[in-house]
Write a protein that binds this ligand. Structure first.
Ligand code: URA
Length: 433
């Protein structure tokens, strides 16, 4: 078999066999196939697409390229969630403790921020002492003890995806539905949970800009997961504006704690409760409405917040910071964004707002760059809100004063105003089972 023939076959719009897909994944992961040939095939896949059979074969081969985590040692129903990436998306910090408080077993491996999107591992590391690299034994033991652990990905989880993702990032081959579906599902299958709830984002801050594409991606991922014997549901949610009121690591942890105290904003609470209820349907087998009631009870009676506190302490974090979020260090510098006129916010470009937050230091421009955990943005007005000339619509935070002006420019470019009220998007568009 030759890589040249596989590239030519896909270039000509033909279907690759399982053997050809396996040859590519094994050869590229092992170093026998060079980047230039892998890039050519990725571009051919972007342009010609893949059948469902090819996408499933690619996913399984990528999942099996490294460790397949065995969670069978965990008693009870293991359930995971995954977001396709967004701005201000702190739902893992809310849903995972809720589900664990209700008896689910959440063994979750999360990522760091990517491009303009944030990552749960970076958020958790803003809590003093919080450890995000647990050994597999510590991870499984903690889930058995308290029902919940959120850690970074083990070094050898789907290494084929790790290598291919880095290549896609620099060859304009990220936004392809079969490549995104196989990338996400290979990691989820390797991570071992029986139930998987996917939060597929759509809008200006998401990889999928239209609802139609988000639904297509969701359908592919659900089909792949089911074929691999897992329970999978996808929720299509809005990412045309950032989720909630805060962007940036410690700011988002603080907002998640407020949400678990029952004081979250409506978009954040709607999405978080929906995801948690879908996860609970796998755990309890109850109908959706009953799961939603259970989810709201776990917030109201404080058990979900207590679970976040318990996880923080179990992973070496200072749990007092959860009790009193004023203990999080504050950024030294801040700058208010002022409304230039009376009117309404008609559109927010969530990707540009995510980029403004990276410019403040909350994310990375290069892999492994250190981040400023207290940098970020508090949104004081969002799409659809009325504003008056001179109102503060957002506040930027950073510990590096020179970052304020570039971030202000980017944030200001992201906001459109109009003199009549704009339609607000629903928080949830559809559910794919
Ligand atoms: N998130 C992933 O893990 N992979 C993709 O390809 C896109 C988003």
């Amino acid at each position: 078999m030759r890589m040249y023939d596989i590239i030519r076959k896909k270039r000509d719009g033909k279907e690759l066999s399982d053997e050809e897909i396996g040859f590519f994944i094994d050869g590229y992961t092992g170093g026998a196939i060079p980047d230039y040939q892998a890039s050519a095939l990725l571009m051919a896949i972007c342009l010609e697409g893949m059948t469902d059979r090819e996408t499933a074969a690619l996913t399984l081969r990528m999942a099996e390229s490294g460790d397949m985590i065995d969670l069978t040692g965990i008693e009870g129903c293991t359930v995971d969630k995954h977001s396709t990436g967004g701005v201000g998306d702190k739902t893992t910090l809310i849903t995972a403790p809720i589900v664990a408080a209700l008896g689910g077993k959440v063994a979750k491996m999360s990522g760091r921020g990517l491009g303009h999107t944030g990552g749960t591992v970076d958020k958790l590391e803003s809590i003093e002492g919080f450890r995000t690299s647990l050994s597999p034994e510590e991870f499984i033991d903690q889930v058995n003890r308290i029902g919940l652990s959120v850690t970074g990905q083990s070094g050898n989880l789907a290494p084929a995806d790790k290598k291919l993702y880095a290549l896609r990032d620099v060859t304009a081959t990220v936004d392809s539905i079969p490549l995104i579906a196989s990338s996400i599902m290979s990691k989820k299958l390797a991570a071992g949970s029986r139930g998987i709830v996917l939060d597929v984002k759509t809008g200006s801050g998401a990889f999928m800009k239209t609802q139609k594409d988000a639904e297509l991606l969701a359908e592919k991922m659900v089909t792949i997961g089911r074929a691999a014997g897992r329970n999978v549901t996808a929720v299509i949610t809005d990412m045309d504006a950032p989720l909630g009121r805060s962007i940036g690591n410690s700011l988002e942890v603080k907002e998640a704690v407020e949400a678990l105290r029952g004081k979250g904003g409506s978009d954040l609470m709607t999405v978080s409760c929906e995801l948690a209820a879908e996860m609970m349907m796998f755990v309890s087998g109850k109908p959706k409405q009953e799961c939603l009631i259970d989810v709201k009870r776990a917030i109201a009676d404080g058990s979900a917040l207590a679970k976040l506190r318990e996880m923080t302490a179990a992973q070496g974090g200072n749990a007092e910071w959860i009790d009193d979020t004023d203990l999080f260090p504050k950024a030294e510098f801040s700058l208010d964004i002022i409304s230039p006129a009376d009117g309404y916010i008609s559109h927010m470009d969530a990707e540009m707002i995510g980029t403004a937050s990276v410019l403040l230091g909350a994310g990375r421009n290069k892999k492994d760059e250190p981040i400023d955990h207290s940098a970020g943005i508090i949104l004081r007005a969002k799409t659809g809100d009325a504003v008056k000339k001179g109102d503060v619509t957002a506040t930027l935070y950073t510990n590096d004063k020179s970052r304020l002006e570039p971030a202000r420019k980017e944030y200001s470019r992201a906001i459109e105003y109009s003199d009549h009220p704009a339609e607000r998007h629903p928080a949830i568009y559809s559910i794919i089972k």
